[in-house]
Every structure is written in structure tokens, then in C-alpha cells.
Design a protein around this ligand. Structure first.
Ligand SMILES: *[C@@H]1O[C@H](CO)[C@@H](O)[C@H](O)[C@H]1NC(C)=O
Ligand SMILES: *[C@@H]1O[C@H](CO)[C@@H](O)[C@H](O)[C@H]1NC(C)=O
Ligand SMILES: *[C@@H]1O[C@H](CO)[C@@H](O)[C@H](O)[C@H]1NC(C)=O
Ligand SMILES: [Fe+2]
Length: 481
């Protein structure tokens, strides 16, 4: 079924690609920022298992791979997850605030899974609820007599509201190479202090190893713990989370990912952890899956379609002005890599993105950086073959940020000429930040790994599409085309 669906998908993509190639030949390349920045590019190398970043916390049954994510729809709950290796131990979390040392306790759940000949450690997920907004909480895991406990802390977000400033970090396709470590360090050291991470998919790249060696899922969890234990990462599933390998009997897509990374999908009425939404401060974040469990083709009959159909009308821009969508496979990318792979999804969903005035769409998958102008291609359909995107002030800006530094290396073959919709593109590792100032303005920057900590390689002041739909394009002429 999956194989068949994949073939059909490629067929559809291919026919659209032929049309697009034809059209692109007529696109004039003018007024576009194309970075001339070139760095010495060597293929990323995975950090060996003996690396400092992968070290096991000392002590009997010490919790490891600690990570947190939002645990409800508005930010008053947190899901704390961790792994113990020696024995199950406790799934409870003890927590308290900075100002009141009275301790509270929440009880979580334990899960394990097998993948080919790998057996996972004891994976714990514990939701702590009814937290106060804008409050520093300390928490402790591993609370079992004779076991090792570990303490961390996090800040809850401010209450949801239209002018609440909030800063997101954005990363994708991270992996566990020396470059991945630089990306994470750059994010941590960035003077623009990100308060939560929007992660656009492709976490560990464990599937790069023979039999998808799942111990590389564990090492990745230990590597990112220094950030994920202290601030929520909002997870999107990528193709490297599929871990679909029938030849070794692994036919349940997303098995390791779903066991390890819980998300609050139930809080937004979703039936699957692969698509869901959260509100955080002044942002409404919708997470979508580019890959479906039963099919690679997006159609009007998938549960994700049904859910999103009901979801968009629920967004109240008076409460959360900033409407942000995360997905793995970009809809607009002028890179040769994975060119037009997002087409079947774009064709189905793009009209809603324009109708509901989505501000920003972040995707990964392509291992490079690219930012589009506000464009849409809703006029395109297979019947009339009109597939050159046009400037559209009600459309989102599309950002590809799959440049986290994974083992597969940079996607440095761009399609020429640079299409007019592409405002900035560059094959370098990095991360982005989005500083929401109020309901009208959000300052966005892409930070290249090769630069100093405070450098902004690409910056834009985005104007909100609902409250202040002024032209915020950055290409020279700012003309409609
Ligand atoms: C799984 O099988 C492979 C190949 O037979 C072997 O190299 C590896 O050590 C095994 N892993 C475990 C956890 O048994
Ligand atoms: C990873 O980055 C951290 C922080 O910069 C550093 O302390 C550590 O030594 C690095 N490890 C490797 C293997 O690069
Ligand atoms: C919103 O933020 C922008 C950028 O910081 C600022 O210029 C503008 O005055 C703010 N608007 C209001 C109403 O405060
Ligand atoms: Fe990917």
C-alpha cells in the first residue's frame, strides 16, 4: 500500500515538475538577495559515542535524555520525558516554584518498545498540569529510593494574549554530528534568547545506521538534553522519524519517535501525534505531517485534512495574532534537493493557508536555508497548468530551515536562476529566531553557524497578516509580480 502510494505520489509530482520547469524558464531573476557567502564545506561527521555530549549521567538508574514539551493547548502544562536504563524506577515528577518551596508531585506513565534487535530503556512521560503562567518551576526526576535523582527547571510562558512578546528558536534536521553540536551551541549562546524551540523534523538520523541502530536515538536524546530539559521543543515529525523497514520486520511507521517524543495532540482534538496545535503567548502554532502513516498522498479524505479543516476556523487572531505552521517538507524551495516533494500537500492545503492568512510556514527536509516572499500558487491546478507562484500579500512567507547539520550534509545545488519568489537562499548550517514584539511586528533572523554569536545573516521585520497586512517583502523593487 505504502509502496503504491509512493509511486503514485512521484507520478503526480513528476507531471507537475515538467510544467514548472517550463514556466521557470521565463522567470526573470531581478532584485533578489542571493547570498554570496561561501564556506569551506566538508561533509559532517557524526560525533563518536564516546563524545562528551553523549555521556551517561552518573549514578544508579540516573534519568537521561530529559526533554520537555508543552502539555496542553495554552501553556499551563508541560510533558516531562526521560529514560532510565537499569530498571523502570519512578515515572513521577516532583516540582515546585522558585518562590514557593512547597513540592508537588505528578504521576506519569512508562513505555518501552523493541526495534529489530534493539530494546529500549524505560521511557517515562509525565504531564504536570495547572501550572502558573510566566513562572519558573524546578523539577526533579528519578525519585525512587536508592536511585539517582536529577533536577532541572523551566519557565512557563506568559498567558496567551495578543500583544505578549515571545521569542522562539527554530531548528530542523539536526542529527548528531560535530556541526549539529555547533548549531545547538549557537542557539544556546545567541543573545536573542529563545524561550521555546519550534523543531521542524528529522531529529536523530538513527536510521542512517545499520538496522536503524536505535541506540543513536538514545545518544541524540543525551546530546540535546542540555537544551530540551530546560525549554520546550515543539516537535514535528520528519521522514527520518519514519523508521519504516519491512526487510527487518519494522512496519509500524514512526515507532521510535512516537514512543520517545510525546506531544499534546489530544488537547487540540487531533487523533494522531503527527498533527496538532498549541497556543503559546501571542502565537498559534499548527504542526502538520508531511508523511502520513497510510499514504504519502495528501487528499481530502485523510484524518489530517479533516482535522485541519476544523482547526483553521478555531484560530482567534484577536487572541493569538501570529499564525505559524510547521511541517517537514517545504512547499516552496528552489533547491534541487527534494524539489517539489511537498507538491501533493501544497495542492490540497494552500488555499486554506491563504484564506486564513497564515503568517509564517517553517519547514526543514532540504538541508539549506531559504526564505520566500509572500506568494501563492492557488491558481495552479493540473487542469490549467498555471504553476508560477504569484505575489500574494495574504499568503505566508515560507522558510526552509533544514540546515541543522546532520550527517547527510548540505544541499548546495540550487536551481538557476533563483526564482523571484525566493528572497534569500544559502547552503550553510544555522538556526533561526523569531522575536514576536506585539500583534503587528515580529523580528525574524537566520543565524549562520560560521558567524559570531550575535550575527544575523538574514533578518526581516515581519508584519502580521491579520493586524497589519502591509508589504513586508525584502526584495529590492517590492513590486507585485
Ligand atoms: C543487532 O544485530 C546486529 C547484526 O547482527 C549486531 O551487530 C548488533 O550488535 C545487534 N544489536 C543488539 C543490540 O543485539
Ligand atoms: C559540543 O559543544 C559543547 C558546547 O560548545 C562543547 O562543550 C563540547 O565539547 C562539544 N562536543 C563535541 C563532541 O563537539
Ligand atoms: C510593535 O512593535 C514594533 C517593533 O518593536 C514597534 O515599532 C511598534 O511601535 C509596536 N506597536 C505598538 C502598538 O506598540
Ligand atoms: Fe527530511
Amino acid at each position: 500500500m505504502m509502496q503504491f502510494a509512493l509511486k503514485m505520489g512521484l507520478l503526480v509530482c513528476f507531471s507537475i515538475m515538467v510544467l514548472t520547469l517550463y514556466h521557470e524558464a521565463f522567470i526573470y531573476n531581478g532584485g533578489i538577495t542571493s547570498s554570496s557567502f561561501v564556506i569551506k564545506q566538508s561533509k559532517p561527521i557524526d560525533m563518536p559515542l564516546s563524545s562528551d555530549v553523549f555521556s551517561h549521567p552518573p549514578g544508579y538508574n540516573a534519568p537521561q535524555q530529559v526533554h520537555i514539551t508543552q502539555g496542553d493547548h495554552v501553556g499551563r502544562a508541560v510533558i516531562v520525558s526521560w529514560v532510565t536504563q537499569d530498571e523502570p524506577g519512578s515515572s513521577s515528577v516532583v516540582y515546585w516554584t522558585d518562590t514557593n518551596p512547597q513540592k508537588h508531585k505528578a504521576t506519569g506513565k512508562l513505555t518501552t518498545y523493541k526495534y529489530y534487535n534493539y530494546t529500549s530503556g524505560f521511557i517515562h512521560h509525565c504531564i504536570i498540569k495547572n501550572l502558573k503562567f510566566n513562572t519558573k518551576y524546578h523539577y526533579e526526576v528519578g525519585i525512587e529510593m536508592g536511585h539517582t535523582t536529577r533536577r532541572f527547571w523551566f519557565m512557563t510562558p506568559p498567558a496567551v494574549g495578543p500583544d505578549v512578546p515571545y521569542t522562539f528558536g527554530i531548528m530542523g534536521d539536526l542529527g548528531q554530528t560535530y556541526d549539529s553540536n555547533v548549531t545547538l551551541t549557537r542557539y544556546e549562546m545567541n543573545p536573542v534568547k529563545g524561550q521555546a524551540v519550534l523543531f521542524v523534523g528529522d531529529l536523530s538520523y538513527a536510521d542512517h545506521y545499520t538496522f536503524h541502530d536505535n541506540s543513536r536515538w538514545d545518544s541524540w536524546g543525551r546530546f540535546v538534553e542540555r537544551c530540551t530539559a530546560y525549554q520546550p521543543w515543539i516537535w514535528t515529525a520528519g521522514n527520518h522519524e519514519l523508521d519504516y523497514k519491512p526487510s527487518i520486520g519494522e512496519t509500524k511507521p514512526f515507532k521510535p519517535f512516537i514512543h520517545r517524543y510525546q506531544v499534546p495532540f489530544w488537547a487540540s482534538g487531533s487523533t494522531e501525534p503527527l498533527w496538532y496545535s498549541i497556543k503559546r503567548a501571542s502565537a498559534y502554532v499548527i504542526v502538520l505531517s508531511s508523511w502520513l502513516i497510510s499514504s504519502y498522498i495528501h487528499s481530502m479524505y485523510t484524518p489530517q485534512y479533516q482535522w485541519l479543516h476544523e482547526e483553521f476556523p478555531k484560530v482567534n487572531r484577536g487572541e493569538t495574532p501570529w499564525l505559524i505552521v510547521l511541517m517537514h517538507s517545504p512547499w516552496y524551495s528552489s533547491n534541487h534537493d527534494h524539489f517539489m516533494e511537498g507538491e501533493s500537500m501544497r495542492v490540497i492545503f494552500e488555499p486554506w493557508f491563504v484564506k486564513y492568512k497564515v503568517d509564517l510556514v517553517f519547514a526543514g527536509h532540504v538541508h539549506a536555508y531559504e526564505r520566500s516572499e509572500r506568494i501563492s500558487n492557488v491558481a495552479h491546478n493540473i487542469v490549467n497548468g498555471e504553476c508560477s507562484p504569484v505575489s500574494d500579500q495574504f499568503a505566508p512567507v515560507y522558510i526552509t530551515i533544514g540546515d541543522g547539520g546532520n550527517i547527510e550534509g548540505l544541499a548546495n545545488k540550487m536551481r538557476e536562476p533563483q526564482p523571484k519568489y525566493s528572497a534569500y537562499r544559502e547552503a550553510s548550517f544555522g538556526h533561526a529566531t523569531l522575536e514576536i514584539k506585539n500583534r503587528t511586528h515580529a523580528y525574524y533572523s537566520w543565524h549562520r553557524n560560521a558567524d559570531g554569536y550575535a550575527a544575523r545573516a538574514d533578518s526581516v521585520m515581519f508584519f502580521n497578516r491579520y493586524w497589519y497586512p502591509k508589504d513586508d517583502s525584502t526584495t529590492k523593487s517590492k513590486r507585485r509580480w
